[in-house]
Design a protein around this ligand. Structure first.
Ligand code: ATP
Length: 193
């Protein structure tokens, strides 16, 4: 079974693209969503996060996302501490998930920082979803109600599209001028063969 890593910068449309693959019955592991679930429900991970970031990391049993985001998106060092705690937990969870889907021809692993984290070394093939910076900013401000500066802060913690494109095996253009579905169908044919 092939593991296809799919990534793209904030607002590029990677989740939208994955939803199309799901319509084709391709199992998709959403690493970022899963990471948030593990941060909440995995006791070991939770206590390590509290050790590193203090009790404030959680409030009323919930992950204090606002606080954590403020801390990690203003310090590269803190971001890498958090990633160092979360990534091994997600890695183990993904391995278990893979076993559940071993009969699939291929699966997708969606991760925002597939290249930055080095996780791309552990997948068979990579797909990068791209869209121009201004389009991505507009999409995210509309979707999340973030300010332009908040989106830019997050973007600055990710590699540029150009840097990622050099490593990607396939690129999906989601700038709004090219339809997504035919691009997904073409890759689906390739990955299924
Ligand atoms: P993030 O990393 O922030 O989770 P993402 O790369 O997963 O972002 P999506 O959530 O798929 O991006 O898309 C961002 C927003 O842009 C969503 O509201 C989505 O509906 C919208 N969007 C994505 N692709 C298109 C498109 N081709 N045309 C119009 N809107 C789009």
């Amino acid at each position: 079974m092939k593991v296809v890593g799919i990534t793209g910068g904030i607002g590029s449309g990677k989740t939208t693209t994955c939803k199309i693959f799901e319509q084709l019955n391709v199992p998709v592991y959403y690493a970022d969503i899963r990471a948030k679930e593990l941060m909440l429900h995995n006791e070991q991970l939770r206590s390590k996060i509290i050790q590193a970031f203090g009790e404030k990391a959680y409030s009323n049993g919930h992950l204090n996302r606002e606080y954590l985001a403020k801390v990690v998106f203003s310090s590269k060092e803190k971001l890498s501490v958090l990633n160092g705690l979360v990534h091994p937990a997600v890695g183990a969870d993904f391995e278990a998930w893979l076993e559940e889907h071993e009969s699939a021809k291929y699966v997708l692993k969606e991760a925002a920082i597939l290249f930055e984290s080095g996780a791309y070394h552990n997948v068979d093939v990579t797909v990068l979803v791209i869209a121009p910076k201004e389009v991505r900013i507009d999409r995210v401000t509309e979707r999340d109600g973030f300010t332009r500066d908040e989106v830019l802060k997050r973007m600055n913690n990710q590699w540029t599209q150009e840097r990622k494109a050099k490593l990607a095996d396939h690129i999906i253009n989601n700038d709004g001028t090219e339809l997504l579905i035919p691009q997904v169908l073409e890759l689906h044919r390739k990955f299924s063969s």
